[in-house]
Design a protein around this ligand. Structure first.
Ligand SMILES: [Mn+2]
Length: 357
């Protein structure tokens, strides 16, 4: 009796190994098909073809398994094959370290971003006037910094909130950039403004709310300007990386990724700063990574500690908002730093930078 059981078990082991060999042989064929489809830019998933395969299989099914069970088992095998093809594709993402092991270094008016040195981006939330922007430019310049931010087109939660000065804001930024020899960064929200903006700006920002605006990403991939891409408020890291891939796939490889907090159930901060995104993005991609401490925290008292954490964890720089008189700012008045606060913030951050070197 026990001898019979042993024999049956032996046969079962043999069948298992046959199945193993068969499904791996199938996997190799699926990979070859994937390569052929890639060359012809064909879709990986073909529901008509899957239906044909299932029909052939069930038509030959003599049991004891029911057709519905066979359908279910093979559907899992098909799915595993499809995932194998997609894995092959993921290995080839242009933004990935697998594709390009060395860091991307972006030259912005002589400042190198991504070469291991730290560079920050400071400036007002929105450009409100020449005087207001110039006041921040002066303090940025006095610290030996080169990059100035300022919003001209402001995508706001409410349509009745200040929407930015638009082209006039870009003109103010350009004037300030020329007068103070700074490089300016501002958000563009629509593809039609990209070419115009390129005349005024040194870096085009794509904001969190537009991270998956695929037409804007594609258009940004066509211009010859560095792009600072912010993570979407509910975007996974994989979605963020794929958004960058949209830009690079069109030819523009000068992309800075910016973690700016994600939406969670926590209400103590405006968003939850996903600090671990920084080393993940640095490992998975070859792009520079910055951290926006203003929008991630929404709290002035957290700007310095989160900025320190960002530098300690390997960010290429910090983005934060500075306004000569935050109390009267037309946007983000609660978390912009006034100039004395910014002076103290910068001094502490610089001393950490020196210790990190
Ligand atoms: Mn802001």
């Amino acid at each position: 009796m026990s001898n019979q059981l042993e024999q049956l078990r032996k046969q079962l082991d043999d069948v298992n190994l046959e199945i193993l060999e068969s499904i791996n042989r199938r996997a190799e064929l699926v990979q070859q098909i994937g390569q052929v489809k890639n060359k012809q830019s064909m879709k990986k998933f073909d529901p008509v073809r899957e239906r044909e395969m299932l029909d052939l299989i069930t038509s030959r099914n003599e049991g004891p398994f029911e057709n519905s069970t066979i359908d279910h088992i093979f559907k899992e095998i098909f799915k595993a094959g499809l995932e194998l093809q997609e894995d092959d594709h993921r290995k080839a993402l242009l933004v990935s370290r697998k594709k390009k092991p060395e860091n991307t270094v972006i030259d912005i008016k002589g400042v190198k971003i991504g070469d291991g040195n730290i560079n920050h981006v400071f400036g007002p939330c929105a450009v409100e006037s020449y005087e207001q922007t110039a006041a921040v430019a002066e303090t940025v310049k006095s610290k030996g910094l080169k990059l100035l931010r300022g919003g001209a087109f402001k995508p706001r939660t409410s349509p009745y909130d200040f929407q930015g000065l638009g082209v006039e804001g870009l003109q103010i930024l350009k004037r300030v950039a020329d007068e103070y020899d700074l490089a300016v960064i501002s958000e563009i929200v629509t593809p039609k403004d990209l070419e115009l903006a390129a005349d005024y700006l040194d870096v085009i920002q794509i904001g969190a709310r537009n991270m998956q605006n695929f037409e804007l990403l594609k258009a940004a991939g066509d211009v010859n300007k560095p792009v600072l891409l912010k993570r979407g408020l509910s975007a996974t890291i994989s979605e963020f990386i794929n958004a960058a891939e949209y830009i690079l796939s069109r030819g523009n490889g000068n992309i800075i990724l910016c973690e700016r907090g994600i939406r969670t159930y926590e209400t103590a901060t405006r968003n939850t700063l996903d600090i671990s995104a920084v080393p993940i993005l640095k490992q998975e991609t070859h792009l520079p990574v910055m951290v926006d401490v203003t929008h991630s925290t929404g709290r002035r008292d957290l700007l310095l500690p989160t900025a320190k954490a960002a530098l300690a964890i390997g960010a290429d720089g910090i983005m934060a908002e500075v306004h000569p008189d935050p109390a009267v700012a037309l946007s983000d008045s609660a978390q912009q730093m006034d100039i004395p606060t910014f002076d103290a913030f910068f001094e502490e951050l610089s001393s950490l930078e020196r210790r990190l070197k």
